[in-house]
Design a protein around this ligand. Sequence first.
Ligand SMILES: *Cc1c(COP(=O)(O)O)cnc(C)c1O
Length: 412
Amino acid sequence: MDKQGFTTGIVHGDRNAGVEHGGLRQPIHTSVQYGFERVEDLIGVFQGTKKGGYNYARQGTPTTAALERKLTMLEEGVGSICFSTGMAAITAVFLTLLRAGDHLVASRYVFGNTNSLFGTLRTLGVEVTTVDAGTRENVADAIRPNTRMVFVETIANPGTQIPDLLRIGELCRERGLAYVVDNTITSPALFKPKHVNASLVINSLTKTIAGHGAALGGAVTDTGLFDWSQYPNIADDYRRAGRTEQGLLQIRKKGLRDMGAALSSEQAHQIALGAETLALRVAKCSENALALAQYLERHEAIGQVFYPGLESHPQHGIAKSLFRSGSWLLSFELRDPANMLDVINALRLPVKATGLGDTRTLIIPVAPTIFFEAGAQTRKEMGISDGMIRLSAGIEEIEDLVADFEQALRLA
Ligand SMILES: *Cc1c(COP(=O)(O)O)cnc(C)c1O
């Protein structure tokens, strides 16, 4: 069939791949082991010569494979691997593709746990330099002879900074560096990192791809643009694969199989159900986020509002040219942060909870929670003030959200 639209591809993907009894979705395969009539086939699965076979669920099941096919399609890649969480996917990429003595250049504005993971990498002998990735020059200046990889997020959480995605992609291509882009906040519904030359794309499936907050999961997708035959850290065993396949093969063997953070079939199924409405939800959440951001920007009790869809956002131009919309993530500060907790408590609709990309609006004060352990110095470097409030816009009616803020902000 010709190339189909985004949502058409998701909702018909399983059926078009063939499901027994005419099922519309891949069933939940709960088997850990897979048996064969002929032992040659078992051997073939172990040796990778029998394509599409399974042997042990830690390396994948037909249900996780169906989700991987969908993600590959959505990111226009050549292959994907699912993990039990987004952090497991990121960890697997770093630990399988970087070695002691290598150097990683990363955006300074990244998810808190990713930033914490940089600390672990340093204890293992990997050098990590974090920079303001808002310009290509900042990234270029940090590159050393032992630099192997550049890591950025599309929209930083919680400050919503956007790297110079396109020009950093060009830089990585010129220098032969692996370019890893965490697409969690935008999702493939808003942006495909392949279009800016990303080598690998990370998605936390827990967030907007599932959307319901009922399952954890993560994935890495290879865009097929990077020539892994030129990358130094691929084990000889995996050099036999094609030049676009070597990276993912090593991540699947050394990351998924050996480190063991496998996604279960049950969770993969939950995520696939949520993903059917990805584009619809993201459009509605973005619409709500923009309306709320505009409302908050006009409100006299509000100091700063951080949302890429606002013209006041420093990277509004990049967001407009690369992303379909501004996403569901926005942050803001009260003019008088002393009342922050009272205002949040007065809100009835947004759930006082961590998490992102849910169907329900979620709200959290950033400094005392997700960035508490980071400490005051790191918060300052990452541009996080004590009064910053993060909001993940849901799919509720906007009138209800605005009315709720209207009453709560009277306390500000
Ligand atoms: C949540 C998040 C992750 C980690 O995902 P989990 O599924 O919670 O492990 C990684 N990157 C970003 C940008 C995130 O928001």
